[in-house]
Design a protein around this ligand. Structure first.
Ligand code: HOZ
Length: 418
């Protein structure tokens, strides 16, 4: 496949954008290649600037559970845009979207924001304001966006860049973040014991998906719930990736563990920049203007983004009996292909990662044993076969409603033939 036009666009981009991109992982640095520039997407496919078509498993890193340019979502967006792009004043659709979120997840009230980073950052502030405590516990390899206190032992692009901690984060901020080991209840217990009365919340990706996919061991999420209850801390699920994906009600539904607070992003915005934090009414009522935890945004509840999220969540609600079993089936077929090819794989529903390691990881330490050269070689072969997967071992594959059985078969063949 020729990528000359993408290469030219990348040269131009590097003159005016740091690293030529607006978010690090998409630069393809982890696989030693130049990024593809994308012209358009339709259903399960993307078309690059050189006219190559790929079956897409990045799906905008998760939002596009219905596929690219779903006609109902596009109609909702264009209709909303015709009525005005932004008001900075309330609209009825924001309430409707909040109702959809509450119905799906069991959250009681919701605040709409513009990105997953903002949702998590605000939810952590709320947990601190509610408990009157400053420290938080997070897990190594979990990624919660790029706010200062969460860029500590972070996954995703931080892991790809071999720098789990970012420059520019004051040591005093980072010292409020206590780091535990994912899937290791004892590491959390030890931090609580060493910091009695100081921990406001435990924040977790209930299924880790930013160090590749690593599912929670049986009982792990329940143990976090119990430790938070025992220590007067809040449990905060970062469901930016898992929300509305691994079940209609996300990880809370799939694993039967209810957090106090949630952060949502990606699917909740239907492909537009919209995210949310949500939780128990008693806690959420502390958010301004109802309470004294301040958070605001000119584009919060933006009417066009809200229309995309609302259209997406309505489709998921109305068709959930069919959508989630079908996603499960497609994910299982891909999982089986990786296993047949001798590649360990972790999967939860339509979220999966093959690992170029001895075994499917259960921890951050396991993840770090992956052979990144072998991953890069696999990535190149998949791209040559017309399959676009995330350009990093430490990201997930996203299967959508739009992936057809033909797409899945073609992908399975590429996995087996690589
Ligand atoms: N942080 C996302 C990956 N886990 C987005 C990466 C990107 O868009 O480049």
């Amino acid at each position: 496949m020729k990528h000359t036009r993408s290469e030219t666009l990348f040269v131009e981009a590097q003159k005016v954008l740091p690293g030529g991109v607006n978010s690090p992982v998409r630069a393809f640095g982890a696989v030693g290649r130049k990024p593809l520039f994308i012209e358009r997407g339709e259903k399960s496919k993307i078309l690059d600037a050189d006219g190559n078509t790929y079956i897409d498993y990045v799906m905008s890193w998760g939002p596009l559970i219905l596929g690219h340019a779903h006609e109902d979502v596009v109609r909702a967006v264009t209709d909303a845009a015709k009525d005005g792009l932004s008001f900075g004043a309330p609209t009825g659709r924001e309430t409707q979207l909040a109702e959809e979120i509450c119905f799906a997840t069991g959250a009681e009230t919701v605040r709409l924001v513009s990105s997953g980073t903002e949702a998590v950052m605000s939810a952590v502030r709320l947990a601190r304001g509610y408990t009157g405590r400053d420290k938080i516990i997070k897990f190594e390899g979990n990624y919660h966006g790029h706010s200062d206190g969460l860029l500590v032992k972070a996954g995703s692009g931080c892991l790809t860049g071999a720098s789990p901690d970012s420059l520019g984060v004051p040591a005093s901020f980072a010292s409020e973040t206590l780091v535990a080991s994912y899937n290791d209840e004892e590491s959390v217990r030890a931090l609580f014991e060493a910091n009695i009365g100081k921990v406001s919340c435990v924040i977790v990706e209930p299924v880790a998906a930013n160090m590749g996919v690593v599912p929670p061991k049986a009982g792990f999420l329940e143990s976090l719930r119990a430790l938070c209850d025992k220590n007067g801390a809040l449990l905060l699920f970062d469901e930016v990736i898992t929300g509305f994906r691994i079940a209609y009600g996300g990880a809370a539904e799939r694993y039967g563990v209810r957090p106090d607070l949630w952060a949502f992003g990606k699917i909740v915005g239907g492909g537009m920049p919209l995210a949310a934090y949500a939780g128990r009414r008693e806690i959420m009522r502390m958010v301004a203007p109802a309470g004294r935890v301040y958070q605001a945004g000119t584009l919060s509840g933006n009417p066009v983004a809200t229309a995309a999220g609302l259209a997406t969540l309505r489709i998921l609600r109305e068709n959930r009996e069919n959508i989630y079993p079908a996603l499960e089936e497609k994910g299982a077929a891909l999982e089986a292909a990786y296993k047949s090819a001798g590649i360990p794989v972790n999967r939860v529903g339509s979220l999966l990662s093959p690992f170029f390691a001895q075994k499917a990881p259960e921890s951050y330490a396991d993840v770090l044993t992956a052979d990144l050269g072998a991953f890069a070689a696999y990535f190149g072969k998949m791209l040559d076969a017309g399959i676009y997967v995330a350009p990093s071992q430490f990201e997930a594959m996203f299967v959508s409603v739009a992936h057809t059985s033909k797409d899945i078969e073609q992908t399975c063949r590429a996995i087996l033939d690589r």
